[in-house]
Design a protein around this ligand. Structure first.
Ligand code: FAD
Length: 832
């Protein structure tokens, strides 16, 4: 039968992920969905996966995805009649150290916010239940009773059957070879693949399939896909091994009267173990596993494996013998060393492709069997409804920019693999491929003790410490060794003056005759007058927050938009696509990404004006920065020494302060000038961590924390930045959403040695969870922990008593008024 050539959606790739997407698109109501697979279904990484379905994940979005999958897979047999071999044996994570127990406790608070069930066990409880496991060196364990493992090929086939039952066309041995956007649809050239000499090669038979939407789920072929689309996709596989052992007589004996062991994860030994027909499977996340297929998958590699490298996994093998001593005499029965796709942060890339219309990526899955179900569900929501019910931004393919290269992705992916079982400290910084993107003052800051974090590839000081300080050793789930340095920096800004390198900010210039009308429609707040600034929001079509901008009106038709540094490509893509859509209505609009042209220093603190007064060049320097000549929320072109500076009178820390946007090539001159002028005032260099604490004292919402695609600006409790008197994109949808939950700031009487990280659940009592934190830290102004988060609207009232779950205990918290520090903004506005 001839292949259909006109469809609503075309899914490229018949692994677990592509198959689930096709299934869920059909389930969401799209009737003509086609899936193309170049070989056989599951012939990519899917067939050789171990099939474990771990709940455990430190990301809120990914935990939701895994949770959906596990629940969904349990329903598939009833729907399709196919048994996917879901063994709900549970999952036991063991901790050999106190720090690992801390990690599990932090994880468990995230799990609770999603509703994932878990329980903690003592070593004695583990031993009593599973006597074959050595427990004398354990601190404890975390147990998920409801997950387990599944047969990856069977679950894919069950989803394929479910998809076909819902009308999806699944075409095997067809390879997508070229993509062309004709302005309304994709024209996808597909080639019939044939067997030749054991290889799968293209035949002469080709068709062009017209599709309104295309999804790529091409697994290990992501680099080929990227090339065809003309974009960058940092999904490159790394070798991953597991071995299957012969029968273990002690296990066989144990099983005569007992159920199957849970999947046993010995994270401190980088390995997992599960039962397999009376023996054990050992899977490892070892060091030095190499990236593969950086430049494409050879024709000769089909459903193939690499050579086992036993030397590489010797340590983990020995650790397994230690953990389950009865393994020691079991021989090796089988081995698997296959490509497992990774991304630099270990999370998949799911969402709209950069720069392209109706092109969706679902690439870079390292836990693709676990994630397939949820990815299909949430991606189908994005495609069919315009948005998913959870904020998918942390998985968005545009979280990496055009600066990303194959070499960078390959090395970072090897690191991500190597890091699967490290302690996932929230203050972790990964070392590979650094430094790469540096502002000119990087060396100067490094010489003054900067401890850098990486944001979108940029090096940005997290905090400053005496030379020789070991950031890595200072990390903790509690207050790390860096904590006191951050306290000192936060105090410097509240009491004196500090200088923050904010060069990584995303910066766009939007100008031209259509710019004003466009931005008025695109953003929620009134546009500022020339020389003034506003905080404003661009919304999704569903009325939730897509981007936060500080918007500066440079001239009648020229605007300078500043947004979060982590999201340059994400913001640029949305802005450019909106401009392209609206130019016909509003007139010519020019968009320039000037992120790398402008450096930014934020100077803040009661003495910041004194520092600037010493270096400003002006006919009357003493008044140049006064409230009269330079009021709060205004922008001026000033000269500091020989540097032309676009100064903006705002401070994300809530103190008197200015952002100094300067030509990046003059940054070192400006740095030296400010450092010298700051000396008499005790100016301190300050990092991002102190800034993050300080902004919470002012209830300033952060993009990616309080602000995202799961809440409207009204739910974020920011009505003052929403002009309901005008029409703007997403307004009706925002109104229709109402207020489902509301953003609050809380002060917390927490443990003496820890602050929340912004992932913890909020409660009114032991049994009643009412929200979750999205930010956390320490307040120098109040001398206690602080956090921001979302709660039921009726509880978003100052004085409401709440509880925060930290380290398995509930700690008192109180909702405070917005901006608990300086609520009247008096210190920001102070004159001088
Ligand atoms: C040894 C090992 C053990 C693993 N264990 C687990 C585990 O326990 N749990 C877990 O969750 N994950 C595990 N994984 C990871 C898991 O295998 C992958 O994350 C998952 O299979 C990815 O699925 P996918 O659909 O994204 O990719 P794939 O399964 O690789 O599918 C991609 C498909 O796209 C097709 N394709 C590519 N390009 C084209 C094109 N242009 N046209 C048409 N078709 C195309 C390919 O032929 C392929 O079939 C393991 C991996 C390995 C290597």
């Amino acid at each position: 039968m001839a292949i259909e050539t006109n469809v609503k959606a075309l899914v490229v790739g018949g692994g677990a992920v592509g198959t689930s997407i096709a299934y869920h698109l059909a389930r969401a109501g799209w009737t003509d969905v086609m899936l193309l697979e170049r070989d056989e279904l599951t012939s990519g990484s899917t067939w050789h996966a171990a099939g474990l379905l771990p709940y455990f994940n430190m990301s809120y979005a990914t935990t939701h995805i895994h949770d959906y999958s596990i629940r969904f897979y349990k329903t598939l047999e009833e729907e399709t009649g196919l048994n996917a071999g879901f063994a709900v044996v549970g999952n036991l994570r063991m901790a050999q150290t106190d720090a690992r127990m801390d990690e599990y406790m932090l994880y468990s608070s995230t799990a609770e916010t999603v509703g994932v069930p878990y329980e903690f066990m003592t070593p004695e409880e583990v031993k009593a239940k599973w006597p074959l496991i050595r427990c004398d060196d354990l601190k404890g364990a975390l147990y998920h009773r409801t997950d387990g493992y599944i047969n990856p090929a069977d679950v894919t086939m069950a989803m394929a059957k479910g998809a076909r039952q819902r009308g999806v066309m699944i075409e095997r041995k067809w390879q997508a070879d070229a993509f062309h956007w004709n302005g309304t649809h994709w024209e996808v050239t597909a080639t019939k693949m044939v067997e030749r000499g054991g290889n799968l090669v293209p035949s002469d038979e080709q068709v062009v399939i017209t599709a309104e939407h295309v999804v790529t789920a091409s697994g290990n072929h992501a680099q080929r896909t990227a090339k065809m689309l003309g974009i960058r996709i940092p999904a490159i596989p790394v070798e991953h091994q597991f071995i299957v052992m012969d029968q273990d007589p002690k296990l066989v004996e144990y099983r005569k009267g007992n159920p199957e062991h849970p999947v046993i994860r010995d994270a401190d030994a980088q390995s997992y173990v599960r039962e397999e027909r009376g023996g054990w499977i050992l899977g490892v996340y070892e060091k030095n596993a190499p990236a593969r297929f950086e430049y494409g998958v050879p024709d000769s590699f089909r459903a193939d494996l690499f050579q086992l490298d036993l030397d590489r996994i010797e340590d983990q093998y020995m650790a397994m013998n230690h953990r389950i001593p009865s393994c020691e005499d079991c021989g090796l029965k089988d081995d698997f060393n296959g490509p497992i796709c990774y991304t630099p942060d270990g999370n998949p890339l799911v969402g709209p492709a950069p720069g392209l219309r109706n092109m969706w990526l679902a690439e870079g899955f390292s836990f693709g069997i676990t994630a397939a179900g949820g990815t299909g569900y949430y991606l189908a929501q994005m495609m069919v409804d315009g948005e998913a019910e959870i904020d998918m931004a942390s998985l968005d393919p545009k979280r990496y920019g055009d600066w990303m290269t194959t070499e960078w992705a390959a090395r970072k992916n090897e690191e991500a693999y190597d890091h699967v079982y490290i302690l996932h400290h929230p203050d972790e910084e990964r070392p590979a491929c650094r430094p790469l993107r540096t502002s000119p003052a990087y060396d100067r800051q490094a010489a003054r003790g900067a401890q850098f974090g990486m944001v979108n590839g940029w090096e940005r000081p997290n905090y400053f410490a005496p030379m020789g300080f070991d950031d890595r050793a200072s990390r903790s789930f509690r207050r790390g060794g860096w904590w006191q340095h951050t306290v000192d920096e936060a105090r410097a800004i509240r009491e004196g003056v500090g200088l923050i390198d904010a060069t990584a900010f995303t910066k766009h210039v939007v100008k031209g005759p259509g710019a004003t009308a466009f931005l008025d429609w695109f953003t929620t707040n009134k546009l500022p007058k020339v020389g003034r600034i506003n905080l404003t929001y661009a919304l999704t079509a569903h009325g939730t927050t897509r981007t936060e901008y500080t918007i500066v009106r440079m001239a009648e038709d020229e605007y300078y938009l500043v947004s979060a540094g982590a999201w340059t490509a994400y913001d640029a893509d949305f802005l450019r696509k909106a401009v392209a859509d609206k130019e016909a209505d509003f007139g010519r609009i020019e968009v320039q990404d000037v992120t790398t042209q402008w450096g930014v220093f934020a100077i803040a603190g009661p003495k910041s004006r004194d520092v600037l007064n010493a270096v400003i060049k002006d006919a009357d320097p003493a008044t140049a920065l006064s409230n009269k000549r330079f009021p709060w929320l205004s922008a001026r072109r000033i000269e500091l020494g020989m540097v032309p500076v676009n100064a903006i009178r705002v401070a994300y820390t809530g103190e008197l302060g200015w952002e100094l946007h300067h030509p990046i090539e003059m940054q070192n001159h400006l740095f030296d000038l400010l450092e010298k002028a700051g000396e008499p005032h005790g100016m301190k260099l300050v990092g991002a961590r102190a800034q993050n604490w300080l902004r919470q004292e002012k209830s300033y919402r952060a993009f990616g924390n309080e602000l995202g695609r799961d809440a409207t600006p009204i739910e974020a409790d920011l009505p003052r930045f929403v002009d309901m008197g005008k029409a703007f994109h997403g307004k009706a949808a925002m109104e229709a959403k109402g207020v489902r939950s509301k953003c609050v700031t809380v002060l917390i009487d927490g443990p003496a040695d820890a602050d929340p990280w912004g992932r913890e659940g909020l409660y009114v009592s032991e049994d009643e969870r009412v929200g979750r934190l999205t930010s956390g830290g320490y307040s120098v102004a109040f001398g206690k922990s602080i956090g921001m988060g979302y709660v039921r609207p009726d509880l978003a009232v100052p004085g409401t008593k709440l509880k925060v779950r930290m380290f398995r205990e509930l700690w008192d918290a109180e909702v405070v008024e917005d901006s608990p520090y300086d609520p009247a903004n008096a210190v920001i506005r102070v004159d001088g």
